[in-house]
Design a protein around this ligand. Structure first.
Ligand code: NAD
Ligand code: UDP
Length: 311
């Protein structure tokens, strides 16, 4: 049956892919965004779909609507953007969660939070399981994002316990793919744009830090399955690809796939940059029957095609 679904941050990278998937499944979708890091271009092709609506709104302000489900994705995700106005970032996570949870409570909607592997901080446990409480600096340059997302998880759990709100907590690991902004600032889009423009590839630190990169379609499949999971499965659940790469390996793969003549250059490592990150996805496999399908080389190839088409 057709559902009415609110996607906050729907004009962003992940939000626009989620909107597309939900529309394809025959739902009525309302996209709410303040266009801080989102782009109208991401949602342009849905604008003449009668099942689609866009509302310019900031989640730090209360909002009222009647829907069945809410996907709460509104929040800048790239360190460059979330550090631009850290107070606004934490307000977006915390006040945004309070506003969306208050709405979910009033209208009895189910609500999913786009949480993050950043709740694990610079992890001392490897790979990271959902039971790990994390190693996060509360007063560093990443704190506005990490602590904001941790507080949002707390709020979600408390609204569930205190008010029976049906919640889902999704801990998303680094995701990349088409519709990332060329100036997004995250590593995959940076390296691809640099390689395609023949510019130096900027590796921060010695490049031995690791990340586990997930292609966007795998992420969206995990998100849809989590929202549809039985009511007593709340998460948090890791959604990510366990294949782990150093930033040097990523840079070399991007150079190979773009056939670029770009050279790798080293720049200072930003403060509090996590040294390693890799999800344990046992829980997602068991509860959601989910695992990633697209490996890095295939996903990078699709992403490179996208950037070639827009640059
Ligand atoms: P993005 O920056 O492309 O999208 C975020 C969207 O939220 C943008 O459209 C932006 O304009 C909107 N937004 C920001 N602040 C807002 C506010 N106050 N009110 C309304 N809209 C606002 O980032 P993304 O990669 O699509 O991330 C989406 C969500 O997933 C974020 O919550 C992010 O923290 C989470 N996440 C993403 C990743 C990843 O690797 N992509 C990893 C972990 C978590
Ligand atoms: N990074 C890099 N060069 C860049 C951008 C990022 O070497 O141009 C590194 C960054 O220091 C980090 C990793 O790539 O170690 C992933 O960074 P990103 O900003 O994509 O995400 P996050 O640190 O939040 O996982």
């Amino acid at each position: 049956m057709e559902k009415h679904i609110l996607v906050t941050g729907g004009a962003g990278f992940l939000g626009s892919h989620l909107v597309e998937r939900l529309l394809n499944e025959g739902n009525y979708v309302i996209c709410l965004d303040n266009y801080f890091t989102g782009q109208k271009r991401n949602i342009m092709k849905f604008l003449d779909n009668p099942y689609f609506e866009v509302i310019r709104h900031d989640v730090t302000m209360p909002f009222y609507i009647e829907v069945d489900e809410i996907f709460n994705l509104a929040c800048p995700a790239s360190p460059v953007h979330y550090q631009y106005n850290p107070i606004k970032t934490i307000k977006t996570s915390v006040a945004g969660a309070i506003n969306m949870l208050g709405l979910a409570k009033r209208i009895k909607a189910k609500i999913l939070q786009a949480s993050t592997s950043e709740v694990y901080g610079d992890p001392e446990v490897h790979p990271q399981t959902e039971s790990y409480w994390g190693h996060v600096n509360p007063i560093g340059i990443r704190s506005c994002y990490d602590e904001g997302k941790r507080c949002a998880e707390t709020l979600f759990m408390d609204y569930h316990i205190q008010n029976d709100v049906r919640i889902k907590l999704m801990r998303i690991f680094n995701t990349y793919g088409p519709r990332m902004h060329p100036n997004d600032g995250r590593v995959v889009s940076n390296f691809i744009v640099q390689a395609l423009n023949g510019k130096n590839i900027t590796v921060f630190g010695d490049g031995m830090q690791t990340r586990s990169f997930q292609y966007v379609s795998d992420n969206i499949e995990g998100m849809i399955r989590l929202m549809a999971s039985r009511d007593d499965f709340l998460g948090p659940v890791n959604i990510g690809n366990p294949n782990e790469f150093t930033m040097i390996e990523l840079a070399e793969m991007v150079i190979k796939l773009t056939k670029s003549k770009s050279k790798i250059v080293f720049e200072p490592l930003p403060a509090d940059d996590p040294m390693q990150r890799k999800p344990d996805i046992t829980l997602a496999k068991k509860e959601l029957g989910w695992e990633p399908k697209i490996q890095l080389e295939e996903g990078l190839t699709k992403t490179i095609e996208y950037f070639k088409s827009i640059l």
